[in-house]
Design a binder for this molecule. Sequence first.
Ligand SMILES: [Zn+2]
Length: 1037
Amino acid sequence: MALEEKREKRPPVTPMMIEEEAALRNGSRGLPPGPWAEAAGPRPRTTERHIAVHKRLVLGFAVSILALLAVTMVAVLLSVRFEECGAAADGPPRAGGNGSLSGAARQPPGAGQPPSRPEEEVRGGEAAEEEEEEEEEEEWQRRREPPPWARPRLPRHLRPLHYNLMLSAFMENFTFSGEVNVQLEVRNASRYIVLHAHRMHIEAVRVAEDKLAGGVRVARTFFYPQTQVFVVVLNRSLEVQRSYNLKIIYNALIENELLGFFRSSYVLHGERRFLGVTQFSPTHARKAFPCFDEPIYKATFKISIRHQATYLSLSNMPVETSVFEEDGWVTDHFSQTPLMSTYYLAWAVCNFTYRETVTKSGVVVRLYARPDAIRRGSGDYALNITRRLIEFYEDYFKVPYSLPKLDLLAVPKHPYAAMENWGLSVFVEQRILLDPSISSILYLLDVTMVIVHELCHQWFGDLVTPVWWEDVWLKEGFAHYFEFVGTDYLYPGWNMEKQRFLTDVLHEVMLLDGLASSHPVSQEVQQASDIDRVFDWIAYKKGAALIRMLASFMGHSVFQMGLQDYLTIHKYGNAARNDLWNTLSKALKRVGKSVNIQEVMDQWTLQMGYPVITILGNETTDNIIVISQERFVYDSDTKPKDPARGDNSYLWQIPLTIAVGNTSHISSEAIIWVSNKSEHHRIPDLEEASWLLGNINQTGYFRVNYDIRNWRLLINQLTRNHEVISVSNRAGLIDDAFNLARAGYLPQNIPLEIMRYLSEEKDFLPWHAASRALYPLDKLLDRTENYNIFNEYILRQVASMYLKLGWPTNNLNKSLVQASYQHEELRREVIMLACSFGNKHCHQQAATLISDWISSNRNRIPLNVRDIVYCTGVSLMDEDVWEFIWMKFHSTTAVSEKKILLEALTCSDDRNLLNRLLNLSLNSEVVLDQDAIDVIIHVARNPHGRDLAWKFFREKWKILNARYGEALFMNSKLVSGVTEFLNTEGELRELKNFIKSYEGGAAVSFSRAVETVEANVRWQRLYKEELFQWLRKSLTQ
Ligand SMILES: [Zn+2]
């Protein structure tokens, strides 16, 4: 699953005005944000954890008793009788088992009436049953354990082997009906069948012994909403090692929200068309059919979908046969899947068209999208790279793609960037459709990397699946890491894994993981409602960074061999992190190396945060250095979240690579395993003027600090001849210095001094690192009185490179893909800095380009800087420009263009326009649901709009939480996006007061928000003046 907004490429928000006094108006900057994004609470440890678990059990039990009492009471009050279940319970079991009820799945439920929600339903109703229920409850009470349906995980006594799922989709009233037949294997005898089912109306339940004719009588059935399960209570126990068939007939809505089986729409030739599509990961398959909705329950699936012949249907496997009926309906029967988990099962009903290609190994790849997009060829790029990537992965993993086909489905609305359903991966249009004539390199990169990510999952995730969600980082970390490896395969000169990985993954996640409220990458979760929480940037980005560190100390070829073994051993099954560590250790052993990978990696995956290594030269003894480690935190005032432990006890085994350099030469690196708090090491060839550099090419997941003397030597080296130090280390030094200073480990002037060498820097990556590292600093300062001093300093550093590079002269057009990525990206970065910090030439150029567009109605703005130009134009020019961009936003059909036009509207410094935009953002007809969040966040980044967005957020929280609450990732992105740059005492108070009064959802995001704002306020108090003093002095020199 790919989360939205991975590489922020936002243009500057509200650049500085051309007028001189505008420098005092604190225009906001548009550097890429450092989202202090997602994180969640630490897991309790040792005794605390046991206590917590115990409390949970007791609490869970109490809740379940209460809930059962409540259900019983409501049942008595309403006396609602559930006919079919009643019949199954009371009447004799019908002979024959299958077939006699199947007609139910063919009728639209309730003749156009949507089926009622299970929450509204009350089951049972018979007095005898209630007595039974009470007896059962008492029985569980006596045993002092919660009943099987009240436990957070499904009881282990049953295992699904095969599902036959028949669906009828009624697109005219957005309902569907289904019949599922699950073949069950019994591991322990039990009278209960407990499986997931949520928000559906169950019409009939039947249990039959598989090989025999007779049924097993169903005593009663009920929903247990707290754990989202449906319980079938039988009159007698199912017997061990026998197999049974469970048949359930049900119906439900094709929801208007973004999870389960949901609907979406688009306009074609002025007519609104609908489609139904699924998003099951992580826990939403249970909304589409009753199932054992945990990844460990792998089974085979045979799906049939009945729909009007004007639509087509898709699922994981190809259609085997289609049966047409006279009344204009058709049933597609899909081939049986291999063993798989429920969360990447999928289907869709739509009237899309497609284009197709075939890989060397014969896999048919199709891209399905709106007919107009297919006709324009907007899917061709994705289709083409998908074919090449399947070939790449088959070769890299030495495991062939497992299914006969892969469909890529481009949908207008989706909660995530994409979802890796096996054989039917779903993408939001903005992450897969690409029109080469109007796409920037960044857009191309986004599309490319999302596809590389989802394709990696066809192996990591689909073929081999994590045992449980605590290890979701395994699949997401790998897919995220491979985004860079796979893109390097497609574009070998781009050096993504060696370079861009640093700024987009490593630097970004270290911002987040440096908060005391972070959490370990491997997170314990139980409740369905918590599971969405594990899909956060820590899982994705820290997971990827740890995997890269591992690959680097193992050696890439051994690492690759280990992965091949891992996939071969565990294919069609589940694996936990220890399975991976074991396989990788064996691979290392084969090449004669012995590292206990599990021991090393447990420290990195089970502890939150990361270390800062401090390297001190020892002045008394030659060639001896002192290396120490401690946990890095931004706000050292924050109490450790785990008081039993304290920050002092955090230790890691750190593969520290280290090199010695002098003016013209750098030694080859040596690796030192640091595992103690402090260690002495002898370094050969350490001369008077030589400097030390740690974490070569930033392959490790930690920061490095030095004594000031060494920092000075490094700064001198950068100024004299920066090329002695590698591109990735130059970027690493910049990022480490800015963040060490922000957290108070280093004087505030060091990072600003390092930046000075940039006027000679011709590589993209160090500029990109600087631009990203400046962003949070800029947001700390952008509403302060002396902001112009900071602004002036940055402008000076950028000026000469801006002059050297100039503007791109024409569109890259068809040569986009071949264009020099490094050069164009560097130019873009420098233009963005120049325009956002108020370089006059940059502003004039942007204004000229916008005026030309308006007067000629031809957009000749170079593709790669369009976002910067739009944003600068909106911010500098009058309301007419805003209206013009608004109009273009409505009229354009190209998704990439639509998105940057919308974001440009947030750059205005007219508060009325910003308010108007905020209010419009909640209108789904105008702004897509997933884009509304971006609008609000972008307004919050604009210093003229920060308080407006913050106010809007608080006023609309109920609506927003209802809309995104279940797709937790979006909610937490919103919370952090709106609050991360609040930095005054007053705002901190407002935040705390709001949290006291708010209702429901995102508690973890809010606690992180408080820590972030506290750290911002603390920085203002402790370091702001120090920074300004140095800047004043520096500017007068
Ligand atoms: Zn993913």
